[in-house]
Design a binder for this molecule. Structure first.
Ligand code: ZN
Ligand code: ZN
Length: 359
């Protein structure tokens, strides 16, 4: 493990929750000096991920207060350490969920740092020097360059921010399912939220037939006309679910509310795969018959490795894929979190941290 003992001397203005009320207020704290492997980033924008909501309210019982959330970060490099060769001052960059890993295990060596068992996250994690990590709801960030990616020039920094979590979370299982190199597959996307809407854009860009599966009939027009989905199934409509049986090769399930996988599995062809990327906090129903009778598989996927995060950024640059966002000021974070809790957002809130946008 690469050990450093950096000094935490830099004062940073940010926003934090202090207790499980989840209320966010301004918070001034210290970050480490820029080390030899580090880059310092002036944060421009930070997306509000559903995970932030869970952490500020301590839903999973693991929050270390005060917590500075945010792992969908874009900004500009203001300083680089001596060992850093691939970034320079002025570069447009992004930071996602990962902040450190062991660098030595099989997953780290194969650029699957996201599955390292010593992985540490951008906030509410423990960095190499033992300090608690603070995320992107802050004006400045010091990050190890191995966990930083370039943002393509043609992508706007605000709408690109959510790609760092939402984007790579759906990109990684698509790549893993060979959807990047073999167009013409039938792909299902369950749920049309922050993850789902960008999954639809990516799957279409990769040349697939895309079916959105949702509980809300009202989303059909949006899914088809604006996001380019080919077909739409209302999951509570038995007739539509019946006619969709055995039609899909791969399904990405992005729903974070508790639901049964049984009927969704029936939509898969024989040998099809359902990838769970939403994270319901209670167990999902998984009946055995749809698995056995269709030789189907259910698997999970968590964010992505750094190499594929850069690949995802480049692919999004090539196809001009960004997230649909609602830009807010820092003093609107609490209101945004309340709305996010009600799923009242199209499709991601992004905080204008640097105050550069006209709002
Ligand atoms: Zn996230
Ligand atoms: Zn490792």
């Amino acid at each position: 493990m690469a050990l450093e003992s950096p000094n935490h001397t830099q004062t940073v203005a940010g926003w934090a929750a202090y207790d499980s009320s989840g209320k966010i207020t301004p918070y001034v704290f210290k970050r480490r000096e820029n080390g030899v492997n580090d880059v310092t980033i002036e944060v421009m924008y930070c997306g509000i991920c559903h995970t932030d909501l869970h952490y500020v309210k301590n839903d999973w019982g693991i929050t270390m207060y005060p917590v500075v959330p945010g792992h969908e970060i874009t900004g500009v490099i203001t300083k680089v350490g001596n060992n850093v060769k691939n970034f320079k001052v002025g570069d447009r960059v992004g930071v996602g969920c990962l902040t450190a890993s062991c660098l030595e295990c099989e997953f780290c060596k194969n650029s699957q740092e996201n599955y390292c068992d010593q992985i540490q996250f951008t906030y509410n994690g423990i960095f190499w020097d033992g300090s608690i990590t603070y995320g992107g709801y802050s004006k400045m960030l010091v990050a190890d360059h191995r966990y930083v990616v370039h943002v393509p020039d043609n992508l706007p920094m605000d709408a690109a921010a959510p790609l760092l979590c939402a984007g790579v979370t759906v990109f990684s299982p698509m790549k893993d399912s060979q959807l990047l190199e073999s167009p013409g597959k039938k792909v299902g996307i369950v749920g049309l939220g922050g993850l789902g809407h960008v999954a639809v854009k990516m799957a279409k860009a990769f040349g697939h037939h895309v079916t959105v599966i949702s509980t809300s009939p009202s989303k059909e027009k949006e899914a088809k006309q604006r996001l380019g989905a080919d077909s739409f199934i209302v999951s509570t409509n038995a007739e539509q679910m019946q006619s969709g049986k055995r039609t899909l090769d791969v399904i990405l399930d992005t729903v974070s509310a508790k639901h049964s996988l049984g009927q969704i599995l029936e939509l898969l062809k024989v040998n099809g795969t359902l990838v769970v990327v939403g994270a319901p906090d209670r167990p999902m129903e998984l009946p055995s018959f749809p698995l056995i009778f269709g030789k189907r598989a259910v698997k999970g996927s968590m964010t992505g490795g750094m190499k594929e995060t850069q690949e995802m950024m480049d692919v999004c640059g090539k196809h001009n894929i960004t997230c649909d966002i609602e830009l807010i000021k820092p003093d609107q974070i609490n209101e945004a979190l309340d709305r996010l809790a009600r799923n009242d957002v199209r499709y991601r809130f992004v905080i204008d941290i640097a105050g550069r946008s006209k709002l």
